[in-house]
Design a protein around this ligand. Structure first.
Ligand SMILES: Cc1cc2nc3c(=O)[nH]c(=O)nc-3n(C[C@H](O)[C@H](O)[C@H](O)COP(=O)(O)O)c2cc1C
Length: 346
């Protein structure tokens, strides 16, 4: 089983992750992980924090001379803006954030105690973990990518930029839609036998857990609702050497919670950023007086970054499913298992 835990606050000393379950014998270069971290910090509409945090990982365990040992991989990302004990308290919860529910749940009188961990800063650790999973998947020809297809209703890149500029001028924020594509998958990852082994459900959970993500669809998704079955199910063909294949991919690569050999395609919606420079109505949690929500340093739009995070979360889930099917303690054993299976399915 592949698993990870993360720790760290937005303005604490740093972010930590422990990734466990990767086999021995995989070359992992820190620069590859840093590249993914950099991608997470870019994109249309990102805020000033992104210029402060030039994220870099330090791998502190699990590798020798850059090769995995099969032991847990410890990852550290230092925060450059580590002022958690000096920052002022926050008392007016922002609608759309964990601020109010978090303060009520944990009994805090300072909302900073909530937002320090609820902030999307935590996703840097997830990207570092996912980046290592991507390196693992690449050994088997599996690639994960993402693409922004809509920001604030605009689908042409120039118009997306203009829409973000407009939002900035109006002191407002935007969300949008991105796609994640996973290519090079063999049929047979995941399982239909239990609800929690279905790969569609596992991917959905991983992606919807990214802050700000509100909807996800696989393949044709909501489009299925308008069609006859005969129009949308992907007919099956076979050719010697190629094996089974489809000419369409409305299923988005998954049938019965199992990969069918076609690329996995997810479409994901992110809501507009919740921190507004012209804040909505809120209530001071100490005085209970009405006022405006607090203002924190914030992005205007983070759809592209969310796409990068989703890629890396998907890489983790697919690597986990891959290890379930072909898993062993070393890369060479897994390669042998994988090649044997590929030969068998044609
Ligand atoms: C990459 C990324 C950056 C984000 N940046 C901000 C931000 O600057 N300000 C903000 O209010 N929300 C930001 N969000 C969204 C919030 O973290 C999220 O809306 C909030 O934690 C509440 O969670 P929920 O929207 O999933 O309910 C960001 C999300 C992501 C994925």
């Amino acid at each position: 089983m592949l698993r990870f835990l993360t720790a760290g606050e937005s303005h604490g000393q740093g972010l930590l992750a422990i990734l466990e379950g990767l086999p021995a014998g995989l070359r992992v270069e820190e620069e590859r992980i840093n590249l993914e971290l950099r991608r997470r910090q870019l994109g249309i509409g990102r805020g000033p924090r992104m210029n402060i945090e030039k994220d870099k990982v330090q791998i502190i365990s699990g590798l020798k001379k850059g090769i995995t040992l099969g032991s847990p991989i410890g990852i550290l990302i230092q925060n450059r803006d580590a002022r958690i004990d000096k920052l002022p308290g926050v008392f007016s919860p922002r609608p759309g954030h964990a601020d109010l529910s978090g303060a009520l749940k944990y009994g805090f009188s300072d909302i900073r105690n909530v937002l320090e961990r609820a902030s999307a800063r935590e996703t840097a650790s997830r990207v570092a973990v996912g980046a290592i999973c991507k390196i693992f998947l690449e050994v088997f020809g599996i690639a994960v990518s993402s693409n922004t297809i809509n920001i604030g209703g605009k689908t042409v890149v120039e118009e997306m930029f203009n829409q973000v500029k407009l939002a900035q001028m109006k002191k407002d924020t935007l969300g949008g839609i991105f796609e994640v594509l996973i290519e090079g998958l063999p049929a047979g990852l995941g399982s239909y036998v239990h609800w929690d082994r279905r790969l569609d459900g596992r991917l959905a959970q991983a992606v919807i857990s990214i802050p700000g993500i509100k909807a996800i669809e696989f393949g044709l998704g909501f489009g299925y609702a308008e069609c006859f079955g005969s129009q949308v199910h992907d007919a099956i063909y076979y050719r010697k050497g190629k094996g089974y294949y489809r000419r369409t991919n409305n299923a988005g690569g998954l049938e019965g919670g199992v990969t069918n050999g076609e690329p996995i395609l997810l479409r994901v919606c992110m809501k507009p950023i919740a921190t507004l420079k012209q804040p909505l109505d809120s209530v001071n949690i100490l005085s209970k007086k009405s006022g405006k929500a607090s203002i924190q340093r914030a992005d205007i739009c983070a759809v592209e970054a969310a796409g990068v995070i989703a890629e890396n979360m998907c890489a983790f889930v697919v690597a986990d499913a891959f290890l379930e099917k072909f898993g062993a303690d070393s890369i060479s054993e897994i390669k042998a298992n994988y090649l044997n299976y590929r030969k068998k399915i044609g």
